[in-house]
Write a new protein. Structure first.
Length: 183
């Protein structure tokens, strides 16, 4: 097998496209796109962030939502990643997003993105935001038999090798089950 070296870069598949929702000190919703995030415990998410309007809001409100970007919202989700909330105060509105206040945390749910983690800030140190997941909510339109249906949700992933967004593919196996064949 021949290999190509890419150097020390954050190149890994899949990278979720996470849209972080916050309120500012005046209750105005803001959203930003973040790709470097992962659940790090049963009730915890960690996201790498530099300084943004979102980090200002996190310090003031202590809460945020993390929505999964979807195929039908690619343009809006990319926009909130390339536009600064410090420069464009109505960025959320310009993206075509509408907010509903979470009943669990002081942060907005984005109506156009049907799956969200509702979180309280545990810490934000050295550019790593750690949040306590206090609720996960999903719009009924993406639920089948009481569970989130990925085919209805249509989440996207970030392809860092090609600077592209890709849809999530078909089911290829059963977790915690298929490997039992080798026992």
């Amino acid at each position: 097998m021949s290999r190509t070296n890419f150097g020390a870069k954050p190149l890994m598949y899949p990278q979720p496209v996470l849209i972080i929702g916050t309120y500012d000190e005046n209750g105005v919703p803001n959203a930003m796109n973040a790709a470097w995030g992962i659940t790090t415990d049963f009730k915890e998410i960690s996201i790498s962030l530099s300084e943004h309007k979102t980090t200002d809001n996190l310090a003031k409100r202590g809460a945020f939502t993390v929505s999964m970007a979807t195929e039908d919202q690619v343009v809006a989700c990319d926009y909130v990643g390339i536009e600064s909330g410090r420069k464009v105060p109505d960025k959320f509105e310009k993206a075509g997003f509408h907010a509903t206040k979470s009943e669990f945390v002081d942060a907005p749910l984005i109506d156009e993105l049907p799956l969200a983690l509702e979180c309280k800030v545990k810490s934000f140190t050295d550019g790593i935001l750690v949040g306590e997941i206090v609720n996960v909510s999903a719009d009924d339109s993406v639920i089948t038999d009481g569970k989130v249906d990925m085919k209805k949700l249509r989440p996207i992933a970030f392809d860092p090798f090609n600077n592209a967004y890709v849809g999530i593919g078909e089911k290829v196996g059963n977790a915690f089950s298929d490997g039992a064949k080798l026992k």
